[in-house]
Write a protein that binds this ligand. Structure first.
Ligand SMILES: NC(=O)c1ccc[n+]([C@@H]2O[C@H](COP(=O)([O-])OP(=O)(O)OC[C@H]3O[C@@H](n4cnc5c(N)ncnc54)[C@H](O)[C@@H]3O)[C@@H](O)[C@H]2O)c1
Length: 242
């Protein structure tokens, strides 16, 4: 029986690579993104859903779409998020509210909508956290807090559902070569210097690729990782090992 996944933030970057990897692994996918370009993913086994994950109705709509289109739900990948690199004295209450509204509350709501379907199917949730949720990095206070919340949501749900056969894990990427990072760098005073600092902080001397993160996510969803739950798997080229 073909397994089915809901992937948020699927139109580009890591989410898009996750859709590709999961299709290769035989999953059917509901691909959720706020960008209209998500429609380009429409294909055999892929149903795009243009939605803002922060909208109250989006999580249930995505789960319903999976069940309507494919009859079941086995995997949720909470990937959609926005980045904010800003000194705390310049960070407003609105920044705080907006980032938590996109990066944290949807992961909680999508999990709440998905878990009734995952129970009893060896279902999985894989959340996309960040090294920013594990270690301190200057000028990322609110973004890092949102990723710390994702780390802790992962552990909490892993324990709450361990007895019901649902595994909940997260990946914690370091810098990944996506538009997310390119856009952040472009906003820096000296993008070339910013890139040099980023590469210097990663012992492997490069950013990870979106596909490398997607492979880790696919592993955490696969039977090969059946003994793993509540883990935060760093995909960071050695960043947090320093
Ligand atoms: N790129 C990195 O260096 C890096 C590092 C650590 C963690 N991450 C995390 O990886 C995940 C994906 O990052 P990426 O680099 O692929 O980013 P990206 O910006 O390239 O892609 C994110 C996708 O999410 C979508 N999205 C954003 N807000 C949304 C909303 N409200 N509703 C629905 N969709 C929305 C965007 O349209 C986009 O398609 C994020 O959780 C990010 O925090 C990225």
């Amino acid at each position: 029986m073909d397994l089915t996944a809901v992937v948020t933030g699927a139109a580009r970057g890591i989410g898009r690579s996750v859709v590709t990897r999961l299709r290769e692994a035989g999953y059917r996918v509901v691909a959720v993104d706020i960008s209209p370009s998500v429609a380009e993913l429409a294909a055999d086994g892929i149903v795009p859903l243009q939605a803002d994950v922060s909208a109250a109705e989006a999580p249930q709509a995505a789960v319903d779409r999976a069940v309507e289109a494919f009859g079941r739900l086995d995997l949720l990948v909470n990937n959609a998020a926005r980045f904010l690199r800003r000194p705390i004295l310049d960070t407003t209450d609105a920044d705080f509210d907006n980032l938590f509204a996109v990066n944290v509350r949807p992961a909680f709501r999508f999990a709440r909508a998905a878990l009734p379907h995952l129970t009893g199917t060896a279902g999985c949730i894989v959340n996309v956290a960040s090294i920013s949720g594990l270690v301190g990095i200057a000028n990322q206070s609110v973004y890092a807090m949102t990723k710390g919340a994702i780390v802790q949501l992962t552990r909490q749900l892993a324990i709450e559902y361990a007895g019901r056969g649902v595994r909940v894990n997260a990946v914690a990427p370091g810098a990944v070569d996506t538009e997310f990072m390119a856009e952040a760098r472009a906003a820096d005073a000296d993008p070339a210097a910013s890139l040099a600092v980023t590469l210097g902080n990663h012992p492997i001397g490069r950013m990870s690729t979106a596909d490398e993160v997607a492979r880790a996510i696919a592993f955490l969803a696969a039977p090969e990782s059946a003994g793993i739950t509540g883990t935060i798997l760093s995909v960071d080229g050695g960043y947090v090992a320093r």
